[in-house]
Design a protein around this ligand. Structure first.
Ligand SMILES: Cc1ncc(COP(=O)(O)O)c(C=O)c1O
Length: 370
C-alpha cells in the first residue's frame, strides 16, 4: 500500500456496533475486567493509542510502535532502557533537549556518551568502544540541518554490535524511511509534522523488531508512564491523515523561501538540504524523497539583527516548535541558553502552508527593517 493510503486507512477500525466512520475517543482511565480486548488500564493500553501505534508501524514499515506523551519522552525511553555503564554515541549537534538529557541527566545515572560529527564516518568509527550499545543520529538535525548518511552509520553500528536509532522528526516517514535504510529504531516528536497543527504534544518510537530491546522500551512506556492521553492519540491520528499532502506543501514552500534567502544581501548563510551547495545535499537526495519544510539562516549583523528580524515578521509567528500548518520563526540560541552550540545570529524557520508569495513578502519586509 502507498503511504497516502496508509496515512488515511491505518488504525481507523470503523465500529460495526455504532457505525461511526471515524473512531470514538476512549477517555477512560480504566476498563471493566473481562472485556473482549483485555484492556485493563490506560497507562498500559488504550484503543486510541493502539490505533495510533498501528498506524505508525505501518507508515514506517516497522514491527512495533510505542507512543509517548512527548518527543522527549520517546527519546528518553530509548536511553533509559539502556543500563548503567553502557556507552552511546550521539551527534555533536543533536537537539539541545536530547543533549541535556544525555549529558546532564543520564550521565548521573551512569550512562557514558561521546558526541561526534555524524557526517564524519571515521569519527563515528573511532568513537566506538567495547561497551557502545547505541549509536544515535538525528537527520536533518535541529537546528543546523546537518545530514547523516543513515545507511553508512547503520553499517558502522552493525559491525560494532551496537543498535542504531534515528530521530527522524524533521523528515517524517513521508520523506525518509529510516528502518529500510538500516536503523533499528526511528523516533519522532509527533508534536511536529505528524500532528501538524501545533495543538498537541507526542512522541513515538518505531522498532524494526518487536522482541528484545523493544520490549524494554515498551516496559518503559507502561512503568515510566509518560503516555499520551486517548484524546491526544485520536488528535494525532487525525493529523496524520493529511501528512503526505501537507508535507508536499511544506517542501514546495520551503524550497522557494530557501531560494529567496540564498539571493538576499542581508543573509549570510542558508541551511537547507535542498540547496545544491548544502554539504549534505547529495546524501539527502539519496535518502530523502524531498528536503522538508525546515530551514535555518544566519543573517548579517549578529545577534541583534537576528532578534530584530524575528520580531519584524507579521505572518511568521515568533515561537518555538515547528511542523504546524502555520509558519514560525525563532531566534534559536537564546532559547537554548548560555551553553548553546547554535550561532547567535541564527534563525530557525518552520515554513508553513500559507501561500509562498505572502511568506516571501513577509520575510522581505522584515529583512528590510534590520
Ligand atoms: C529533532 C527533535 N527531536 C525531539 C524533539 C523533542 O520533542 P517534544 O518537544 O515533542 O518533546 C524536538 C523538539 O523540537 C526535535 O526537534
Amino acid at each position: 500500500m502507498k503511504i497516502e493510503t496508509i496515512a488515511i486507512q491505518a488504525g481507523r477500525n470503523p465500529s460495526k456496533e455504532i457505525g461511526a466512520v471515524m473512531p470514538p475517543i476512549h477517555l477512560t482511565s480504566t476498563f471493566i475486567r473481562g472485556n473482549d480486548n483485555d484492556y485493563v488500564y490506560s497507562r498500559v493500553g488504550n484503543p486510541n493509542r493502539d490505533a495510533l501505534e498501528s498506524c505508525m508501524t505501518q507508515l514506517e514499515g516497522g514491527a512495533d510502535s510505542i507512543a509517548f506523551g512527548s518527543g522527549m519522552a520517546a527519546v528518553a525511553s530509548v536511553f533509559q532502557s539502556l543500563g548503567k555503564g553502557d556507552h552511546v554515541i550521539l551527534p555533536d549537534d543533536t537537539y539541545f533537549g536530547v543533549r541535556h538529557l544525555v549529558a546532564a541527566i543520564l550521565r548521573r545515572w551512569g550512562l557514558d556518551h561521546t558526541m561526534v560529527d555524524m557526517a564524519d564516518l571515521d569519527a563515528v568509527k573511532a568513537a566506538v568502544k567495547p561497551n557502545t550499545r547505541l549509536i544515535w543520529a538525528e537527520t536533518p538535525s535541529n537546528p543546523m540541518l546537518k545530514i547523516t548518511d543513515i545507511a553508512a552509520v547503520a553499517d558502522i553500528a552493525q559491525n560494532s554490535g551496537a543498535m542504531f536509532g534515528v530521530d527522524g522528526t524533521w523528515a517524517t516517514p513521508l520523506l525518509q524511511l529510516c528502518l529500510s535504510l538500516g536503523a533499528d529504531y526511528v523516533v519522532h516528536s509527533t508534536t511536529k509534522y505528524l500532528g501538524g497543527h501545533s495543538d498537541l504534544l507526542g512522541g513515538v518510537v518505531v522498532a524494526k523488531e518487536k522482541e528484545g530491546f523493544t520490549e524494554a522500551i515498551r516496559e518503559m512506556q507502561s512503568f515510566g508512564g509518560a503516555v499520551p492521553s486517548g484524546f491526544d492519540c485520536w488528535l494525532l491520528l487525525r493529523g496524520i491523515r493529511t501528512l503526505p499532502y501537507r508535507m508536499r506543501g511544506h517542501c514546495e514552500n520551503a524550497k522557494q523561501v530557501a531560494q529567496f534567502f540564498a539571493e538576499h544581501p542581508k543573509v549570510d548563510t542558508v541551511y537547507y538540504p535542498g540547496l545544491e551547495n548544502h554539504p549534505g545535499h547529495d546524501v539527502a537526495k539519496r535518502q530523502m524523497s524531498d528536503f522538508g519544510g525546515m530551514l535555518s539562516v544566519q543573517v548579517k549583523g549578529g545577534a541583534d539583527a537576528a532578534a530584530a528580524f524575528a520580531s519584524g515578521t507579521d505572518i511568521f509567528t515568533q515561537a518555538t516548535s515547528l511542523g504546524g500548518v502555520e509558519s514560525l520563526i525563532e531566534h534559536r540560541a537564546p532559547v537554548e541558553g548560555e551553553d548553546t552550540q547554535t550561532p547567535w545570529d541564527l534563525l530557525r524557520i518552520s515554513v508553513g502552508l500559507e501561500h509562498s508569495d505572502d511568506l516571501i513578502a513577509d520575510l522581505a519586509q522584515a529583512l528590510d527593517k534590520i
